[in-house]
Every structure is written in C-alpha cells, then in structure tokens.
Design a protein around this ligand. Structure first.
Ligand SMILES: Cc1cc2nc3c(=O)[nH]c(=O)nc-3n(C[C@H](O)[C@H](O)[C@H](O)COP(=O)(O)O)c2cc1C
Length: 159
C-alpha cells in the first residue's frame, strides 16, 4: 500500500484519466468514489447539477479509509461551480485530520468555487491545487500533471 491515495469521482472519464495518470506519477494508490445515484443521460445531468447547486448530501456505494496514509489527492469534476456531492460525501466518510490534502479538478469553463468550497470543509485546508480545463483537449495536460506531482512530492518532503 502506498502512503498516498488519489481519490476521484468522474462521470465521463476525464477526471478518472487525470487521477490515474497522477497516481502513476506519484506511485500512489487510486480509489474511485462511487455514488448510489445514476448520473447517466440528460436526467442524470440535470439531477447532478441540481444536487451540486443545492449541496445535497448523497450516498456512496464505495467505502474509504485513510488509515496508514500520509496524503490524499482529491480529484473531482466541477459541477455547478463546485466539487461533486460525492466528493463532499467522501470527505464526510474519512478522517482527514492526520493527512495532507491536495486537490485537482477538471472542468469545461472555469473551476468556480471548487477549491474554496473544499477548503471550507477541511480543517487544515488544501496544500496545493491543480485545475485542468478540458484535459482531453489540452496538449499540456501530462506536463501539468507532472508539475503537480512534483509539487506534491516537494510539499511532503518539506514536512
Ligand atoms: C452536472 C454537471 C455540471 C457541470 N458544471 C460545470 C461548471 O459549473 N463549470 C464548468 O466549467 N464545467 C462544468 N461541467 C463540466 C465538467 O466539469 C467537465 O466536463 C469535467 O471535465 C467532466 O469530468 P468527468 O469526465 O470526470 O466527469 C459540468 C458537468 C456536469 C455533468
């Protein structure tokens, strides 16, 4: 088991791909945060927007634990200007008190209040962040992920 875990949620695979690439660069484990609710199709999209906008509490079908970890990297798509309800459910389900928390998000237009909203529920805030706009179309994506992995390594080495 690695002492770093990348925990991601993803509806259409972009955040998943970025999370898996980052995990490989860090030699970290990767965990998918899975929701009970389906977000497929137009109805799924509309429900997802509404739940994110209202900050609705959702149920997860995956279970998570940060025992033995030194750091967690949260990876979320931006929904309605914030992190997904599943990411907030994840943060309610784990104890982040003794781990360094990093975050990255993927989006089409802007990251909005994603990192600010995450920091509001994290006692020690975020150590470093990365926003990736349309990562599937960004030729610099892997370079940005490599630089982010270096920042994470540097932050952990300085502890
Ligand atoms: C319900 C919903 C709401 C979204 N809201 C935003 C938004 O507020 N701003 C934005 O830039 N992109 C928004 N997007 C686009 C996604 O953040 C973007 O496509 C992301 O990279 C998808 O990641 P995924 O493939 O891992 O699901 C939204 C997508 C969905 C499904």
């Amino acid at each position: 088991m690695s002492d770093i875990v990348v925990a991601y949620c993803s509806r259409t695979g972009k955040t998943k791909h970025a999370a898996e690439t980052l995990a490989e660069l860090l030699g970290a484990d990767v965990e998918e945060i899975r929701e009970a609710k389906s977000r497929d199709g137009v109805l799924g999209f509309l429900g997802a927007s509404k739940d994110a906008l209202l900050g609705k509490a959702v149920e997860l079908t995956s279970t998570h634990c940060l025992d033995g970890r030194r750091a967690v990297v949260l990876a979320t798509p931006v929904w309605a200007g914030t992190a997904t309800p599943a990411m907030f459910a994840y943060l309610r389900s784990v104890d982040v008190a003794s781990v360094a928390v990093f975050a990255m998000c993927t989006y089409d237009g802007g990251a909005g209040k994603t990192f600010y909203r995450l920091e509001q529920v994290l006692p020690a805030g975020l150590r470093a962040t990365l926003g990736l706009k349309k990562p599937d179309k960004d030729p610099q994506r892997d370079e940005k992920l490599r630089a982010f992995a270096e920042r994470i390594r540097g932050a952990l080495a300085a502890e």
